[in-house]
Design a protein around this ligand. Structure first.
Ligand code: FAD
Length: 351
């Protein structure tokens, strides 16, 4: 079998690459072992503002402009418009000083289109909101598990998805072609998230990994149809279920859920939620984070038909679609990758 591309890994990164390739008529085969997927654990929130400090992440306007239509079109293509849920993110203020900082941020040109200066006065007893709520716009939630499952189903129907771990030692390559278990391709893109640490071609990259855990609670009295942000996110899932978290842990690289994380989330939740709840589930994943908080995309320093797509960090939903376009434009149309995201920034410079 001959294809244009092999894609290794199918989280948000693999999906974004596949969709861009499909849109320009390129063929591909995906190898994915979904066991380690950060995308399937994520809160699914898309939010263009750093809500701790009210600042804008790097290149956020361009990421938002690409990502929101990307997911909406995908939802239409897959025949399920519920994959994208438009929902405001509301930031709880801890003090009047914080409210004032919010108003200052509203005046900054980069944040003007993302922050509303009209505050919400939330009066229901279930949430403790003493200083009102600030609304972030261009926000919502992607139903990531259903999105990935629907897309994989469509790939499986075209025989372009294999649910199996990619064995690096079975890859045969020379400068013209790549062969892997009977599949021949011109290019191979690795998109394994934090598991890139096991990839012999790219394990030198500083994808640090930051573990995050959520609890899923059921709280029948809490009636909230927005995404609430205090020291934790409370994300409505429907049927009185809410995802609450997440934690950040740079040291633990296991995927086990921990009582430490559960206690931390419960403690933070106790400060804002006055309603009873039951814990229904707990999940853990590892964010593919990089010190400079930017994607890592581009070509291997020695093997010209191997590429990496990684470093989506804690905002993969917004970052992955445009980054995928950058990588495909580079491979197919020789458009230069912005040096700030090019993997070459981690290659040793000649002295
Ligand atoms: C707790 C938590 C909450 C988060 N919340 C949000 C959020 O609300 N919004 C947001 O935008 N981002 C969020 N993120 C970040 C987001 O999950 C990531 O940015 C994004 O999902 C990374 O996608 P990826 O495809 O690069 O990696 P992954 O989703 O990890 O996908 C990589 C895939 O490759 C597979 N794989 C690895 N090695 C191999 C191999 N050898 N062979 C075959 N397959 C392989 C893995 O099993 C996996 O399926 C969160 C992350 C965590 C952990």
């Amino acid at each position: 079998m001959k294809v244009d591309y092999i894609i290794v890994g199918f989280g948000l990164s693999g999906l974004s690459i596949a969709e861009h390739l499909d849109n320009i008529g390129k063929t591909f085969m995906v190898y994915d072992s979904p066991l380690y997927s950060s995308s399937r654990v994520a809160g699914g929130v898309f939010n263009p503002v750093v809500l701790k400090r009210f600042t804008a992440p790097w290149n956020i306007e361009a990421f938002v402009d690409k990502a929101i239509p990307f997911y909406k079109n995908l939802a239409i293509k897959l025949g399920d418009e519920n994959l994208v849920i438009d929902q405001p993110v509301l930031r709880r203020f801890n003090s009047i000083e914080e409210q004032n900082k919010w108003f200052e941020a509203c005046d900054k040109p980069i944040l003007k289109s993302f922050l509303s200066d009209v505050l919400w006065n939330y009066k229901e007893n279930e949430l403790n909101v003493p200083f009102k709520l600030g609304e972030v716009t261009n926000t919502g939630r992607i139903d990531l598990n259903n999105l990935l499952d629907s897309y994989i189903l469509s790939l499986a129907q075209r025989n372009t998805y294999k649910k199996e771990k990619f064995q690096y030692d079975e890859l045969e390559r020379d400068s013209n072609s790549i062969k892997y278990k009977g599949v021949e391709s011109s290019h191979l893109i690795f998109a394994e998230g934090h598991k890139v640490v096991e990839n012999p071609y790219f394990n030198h990259l500083p994808v640090l990994g930051n573990k995050g855990e959520y609890i899923v609670i059921k709280s029948p009295k809490l009636k909230m149809n927005f995404i609430f942000k205090s020291s934790v996110f409370i994300i409505p899932l429907g049927n009185h279920m809410y995802k609450v978290g997440a934690t950040f842990d740079r040291d633990d690289k296991s995927l086990n859920t921990t009582t430490k994380a559960q206690e931390e989330i419960k403690e933070k939740l106790s400060k804002v939620l006055n309603a009873e709840y039951e814990i229904m589930d707990q999940v853990a994943g590892i964010r593919p984070t990089v010190g400079d908080r930017k994607p890592i995309i581009g070509r291997h320093f020695e093997f010209s038909n191997l590429y990496v797509f990684n470093g989506m960090g804690s905002r993969g939903i917004l970052t992955a679609p445009l980054s995928a376009q950058w990588l495909i434009d580079f491979i197919e149309f020789e458009k230069q990758i912005n040096p700030l995201v090019d993997v070459a920034r981690f290659y040793k410079k000649p002295v």
